[in-house]
Design a binder for this molecule. Structure first.
Ligand code: CA
Length: 233
């Protein structure tokens, strides 16, 4: 992958300048948008590789920007939120954001998050077309080349993170995966926040996957440790 293009969505000029200067210094290409409307327009016309998205925009909620982009693209979206917007951060992840940065953030943190995202993206690109496998486990089917999952032949409406989570557990069917292992695999790090987010994603994933989320038959919880995908007959 050469010279990824980053879309910076931020209405606060000093923050936008900080991000664009940092990207420029590190030889990334970038586009900037001060509003949600501009963001959606640039995302569709320029198809950037990664989006940095501030949640508090003047014309619309950043979460709405994610929802709109997700109707046609899986481009990685890294949300930028203030610490007071923790609930918004969870809604953003729920709407399909891939990762988040909390204000105030350091330049190093921004670059680290970007590198992880780009690495994941190029891994996805290089394995796309090679993973032709279809996973089945009882009524659950994951079609890797199509990037979707089915339960009793009905497509599950999963967010990108829920899908990644499901694939990770499925790849390791029968094995207990720790919270740390899972968050490392999905977000490239394992902070307390990530483990809290993982619980939230597990609840939403189970609601979609399990016929009875109260007594799950696919994903088993190991309290204080992690989760395991069980083989279903
Ligand atoms: Ca803002």
């Amino acid at each position: 992958m050469n010279k990824p293009v980053i879309l910076i969505v931020e209405d606060d000029t000093p923050v936008r300048n900080l991000i664009s200067t940092t990207l420029k210094t590190h030889e990334y290409k970038y586009l900037t948008a001060p509003t949600g409307r501009d963001a959606i327009m640039l995302a569709s016309s320029h198809n950037p590789d990664v989006v940095f998205l501030d949640l508090g925009l003047p014309d619309m909620d950043g979460v709405e920007v994610i929802r709109q982009i997700r109707t046609w693209s899986n481009m990685p979206i890294i949300v930028i939120s203030a610490r007071s917007e923790d609930d918004d951060k969870i809604s953003a992840l729920d709407a399909g954001a891939d990762d988040y940065l909390t204000k105030p953030f350091s330049v190093e943190e921004l670059l680290a998050r970007l590198r992880v995202t780009i690495r994941r993206l190029s891994m996805m690109n290089s394995s796309a077309g090679t993973d032709t496998s279809v996973y089945t486990n009882g009524p659950l089917k994951i079609d890797h080349p199509a990037g979707c999952a089915f339960l009793y032949e009905e497509e599950l409406k999963l967010t990108p993170i829920e899908f990644k989570l499901l694939c990770l557990l499925a790849r390791n069917t029968g094995k207990v995966l720790t919270h740390t292992y899972i968050t490392q695999s999905i977000w490239g790090r394992s902070w307390d926040n990530d483990i809290a987010s993982l619980r939230v994603f597990m609840v939403t994933l189970r609601k979609k996957l399990e016929p009875d989320p109260e007594s799950p038959k696919f994903i088993q919880t190991h309290v204080g440790i992690g989760y395991r995908m069980l083989k279903v007959e």
